[in-house]
Design a protein around this ligand. Structure first.
Ligand code: PLP
Length: 837
């Protein structure tokens, strides 16, 4: 028995091959007439999952036995991408899986590429949450990610005649082998209705009876730390109608109406809202937020109560981190649970709530700040609205003393904005209701204090802090760039995989001729791999023997894809005129990728502009073979993993003071791309680590932009620079849209009549010069380029999410690792599973 068990879960290639065959037959019922690539992928995923489950169970047991504090990371987005490669690497069975599949006539690549991305996020914020889960598990910190199991993730982008179109992302169509449905973990969530006040034992008690109930049921995904000791959980909630039918309507004979209302309740977890840094006051979105907050808090409280009855120690057991304001209803919800359900006094409940919560701000864009219409919030969550009023009332009483003789300051910090209708400012609620408010890069955290929330910084000075973002080197270097990872291992060993500071040991290899030439060869191989990815993915033809200049990220005016496009026009004109800026220029491929929010007109127009420019320039015999532009449709995590390792130049060119941190910048850096960028977000810290001389920094700083804003006139900049003037004239002459007259008019208006909010023309000349410097270095001194690329990798140690998470753990959560023993025996666990409780 013992021996059989070991074989089934063993890590040898033959054990894995055996399990894979068994899953194909017994989970898929595959035979020669019923066999698909999806079926084989699923069988492989289940075989890998079999090797995770026991350690997952072991982790929960250890954490429970230790009576340890846990982190709860509440996020409306988790941009996980694929799980297979990551899980196999973290399990340490990559070679064995490859051998197992080879022995059966398959390749690992063909099966792993079947997996759809889990695209439950928009961009950086959602990807950060995923990197954090990887780091939490690897650092052995007991943690749960909580979010929504959207049936449809971020839309699939197609390009039709140059325009973005959106297709639904039905990622669960073929099932999801990584998740475990837990029908026993289910919580009712109510909406609407009213609140009754009952006098009881000399105290007012509040009873909220909702008019609608939706159940949240848990789906768990294992999050495996590297080396597979700790396996944490991502718990996503799916909305389920509490009844199969409304029996009244059913018996009244309106069968279809009864089914319709069931479906309507389940709409809650249907679809991810596709806006990145743009807030929309949609009722369904508010309900999603409360739904996931209510389920998560009920779950956290449930776990706490199994262990403890003294509420004062809740902050010793739970640290709840709010990823942006999306989960900020957690503040009034925890107050409601403590006061209405657990009978605590307000002051005690408030102390516990503030100690438990931490809030991470992600943006400096005012249009991204969530404000719910007060009447809507009141209608959907009447009890929470009462609690928010009370929080605000008590806070304003305290705030008065900070603003003697300045009562107008109170309206600036109030949770309620006195517009018509009134608005509830969720960032204010989050700051007031938590003991920590952090920004995600040094500049961003400074600007939060100085520009966004100066009054709060006066009142809560000690609450504001910085946690510079990071990325997991295990996905973005080890998994995405296996050849480079191997080269690094051969130079400095593999300690960097779990201790990324060790990447610094690579510094001397920047002077090592053999290392440099190996690095260059790998970059070239990665370009070939990226080209064939794009050919398969979108039928694109990219010449791998060109310089790869890449800007991939959400399309947003502040990220300035338009600045990149304008610089391309300068290059194009110079090439056509035989100018000096492009003399003997290295052939370049400009690669763009990114989704625009479906309602964001200018962002969608920027995509169209890039595609039109690409179409005209790529067909121009005068520049052919020297300049190519490509828009890569449907940018997502798995595309990032193919493109970033192949990149020479990373474009990080947001207007200074607009990008909170950026994390794309870090992924490129650790893959040996050089950065052309502004002094914005984490670019500043990248420059501190690598040295400005090893980047192409350009443009106005945040302070300079502030000054310039008092008198900025884009037209003056254009008229002062003949080449820029010519590029603008070309662009708006209709040259790129002969048969589509005036389509780019909104962009022209935004740049000139609306004052160029993102200062394209204040930076374009400096950008163009910096870009030329980059091209010339690559062309004229390839060795120097590669040397700097290696220095960049060696200087990327700070940007591991392991470092970020260690700082959150120490400075916000006050939590320590809970080491889990690796247990390779399966039999006792099996007995636990079948034992009748
Ligand atoms: C890292 C990442 C982002 C964030 O990129 P930024 O350049 O920091 O905006 C967005 N989307 C995907 C798919 C990513 O992997």
């Amino acid at each position: 028995m013992q021996d059989q068990q070991k074989t089934k879960y063993g890590h040898r290639a033959k054990d894995i091959a055996q399990d894979f065959a068994e899953h194909l037959k017994y989970s898929q019922d595959a035979d020669i007439y019923h066999t698909t690539q999806e079926g084989r992928y699923t069988a492989l995923a289940l075989s890998v999952r079999d090797r995770i489950i026991h350690q997952w169970n072991q982790s929960r047991k250890t954490q429970r036995a230790n009576g340890t504090k846990r982190v709860y990371y509440l996020s409306l987005e988790f941009l996980m991408g694929r799980a297979m490669t990551n899980n196999i690497i973290n399990l340490g069975i990559e070679n064995e899986v490859r051998d197992a599949l080879t022995s059966l006539g398959y390749t690992y690549e063909e099966l792993s590429e079947v997996e759809p991305d889990a695209g439950l996020g928009n961009g950086g914020l959602g990807r950060l949450a995923s990197c954090f889960l990887d780091s939490l598990a690897t650092l052995e910190i007991p943690a749960y990610g909580y979010g929504i199991r959207y049936n449809y993730g971020i839309f699939r982008q197609q390009i039709k005649n140059g325009w973005q179109t959106e297709q639904p992302d039905n990622w669960l169509r073929d099932g999801n082998p990584w998740e475990i449905h837990r029908p026993d973990v289910v919580y009712p969530v109510q909406f609407g209705g009213d609140v009754q006040v009952i006098r009881e034992h000399g105290r007012d008690r509040f009873k909220w009876s909702g008019s609608e109930i939706v159940n949240g049921v848990a789906y768990d995904t294992p999050i495996i730390g590297y080396g597979c000791k700790t396996v944490n959980t991502l718990r996503l909630w799916s909305a389920k109608s509490p009844e199969e039918f409304n029996f009244h309507e059913f018996n009244d004979g309106d069968y279809t109406e009864a089914v319709r209302s069931k479906i309507s309740a389940e709409n809650l977890s249907q679809v991810l809202y596709p806006n990145d840094t743009l807030y929309m006051g949609k009722e369904l979105r508010l309900k999603q937020q409360y739904f996931f907050v209510a389920c998560s808090l009920a779950d956290i409280i449930n776990r706490f109560k199994r262990k403890e009855s003294n509420w004062e120690v809740l902050p010793d057991y739970a640290a709840i981190q709010l990823n942006d304001t999306h989960p900020s209803l957690a503040v009034p919800e925890l107050m409601r649970l403590l006061i209405d359900e657990e009978n605590l006094e307000w002051d005690k409940a408030w102390e516990i709530t503030v100690k438990t919560m931490g809030y991470t701000n992600h943006t400096l864009m005012p249009e991204a700040l969530e404000k719910w219409s007060l009447p809507m919030l009141q209608k959907i969550l009447p009890r929470h609205m009462q609690i928010i009023f009370e929080i605000n009332h008590r806070f304003l009483q305290q705030a008065v003393s900070y603003f003697p003789l300045q009562p107008q300051m109170l309206s600036k910090v109030s949770i309620i904005e006195e517009t018509n209708p009134k608005q509830v400012r969720m960032a204010h609620l989050a700051i007031i209701g938590s003991h920590s408010t952090n920004g995600v890069a040094e500049l961003h955290s400074q600007l939060l204090k100085k520009s966004m929330f100066p009054q709060f910084n006066l009142i809560f000075k000690d609450r504001f802090n910085n946690k510079t973002n990071g990325i997991t080197q295990r996905r973005w270097l080890l998994a995405a760039n296996p050849k480079l990872a191997k080269l690094i291992n051969s130079a400095i060993g593999d300690g960097w995989i779990t201790d990324y500071n060790q990447i610094e040991k690579l510094k001397p290899f920047a002077e090592d001729k053999n290392f440099i030439s190996d690095f260059a060869a790998i970059k070239q191989e990665n370009k070939i791999r990226a080209s064939s990815f794009l050919q398969k993915d979108s039928n694109m033809l990219i010449n791998p023997n060109t310089f790869f200049d890449v800007q991939v990220k959400r399309i947003h005016e502040y990220k300035r894809q338009l600045l990149n496009a304008l610089n391309i026009l300068l290059i194009y004109n110079d090439l056509k005129q035989g100018g000096t800026a492009t003399k003997d220029m290295e052939p370049i491929s400009f690669l763009f990728g990114g989704k625009a929010a479906p309602g964001y007109v200018n962002a969608k127009l920027i995509i169209k502009l890039i595609n039109n420019i690409a179409k005209v320039i790529n067909a121009d015999p005068a520049t052919k073979d020297r300049l190519a532009i490509h828009f890569m449709p449907n940018y997502r995590v798995s595309m990032a993993e193919a493109i970033i390792p192949a990149t020479n130049l990373s474009e990080q060119i947001s207007t200074a003071g607009t990008e909170a941190s950026g994390t794309g910048n870090m992924k490129f850096m650790c893959n040996g791309a050089l950065t052309i960028g502004t002094m914005d977000g984490a670019n500043i810290e990248i420059a501190q680590e690598v040295g400005e001389e090893n980047m192409f920094i350009f443009g106005n700083t945040e302070e300079e932009i502030q000054k310039l804003s008092l008198s900025y006139d884009p037209f003056t900049f254009v008229m002062a620079d003949k080449e820029i003037k010519d590029a603008i004239d070309l662009l708006f002459s209709g040259y790129f849209n002969i048969n589509e007259p005036n389509i780019f008019e909104p962009l022209r208006r935004s740049l000139f009549e609306e004052g160029d909010r993102y200062y394209h023309f204040a930076d374009l000349r400096m950008y163009s010069d910096a870009h030329r410097k980059a091209r010339e270095l690559y062309k004229e001194d390839r060795d120097a380029w590669n040397r700097i690329a290696v220095i960049n990798i060696a200087s990327s140690g700070k940007f591991s999410s392991d470092r970020t998470i260690a700082q959150y753990a120490k400075e916000i959560w006050n939590i320590e690792a809970c080491p889990v023993e690796k247990d390779l025996s399966e039999d006792t666990a099996l007995q636990d599973a079948v034992k009748r409780p």
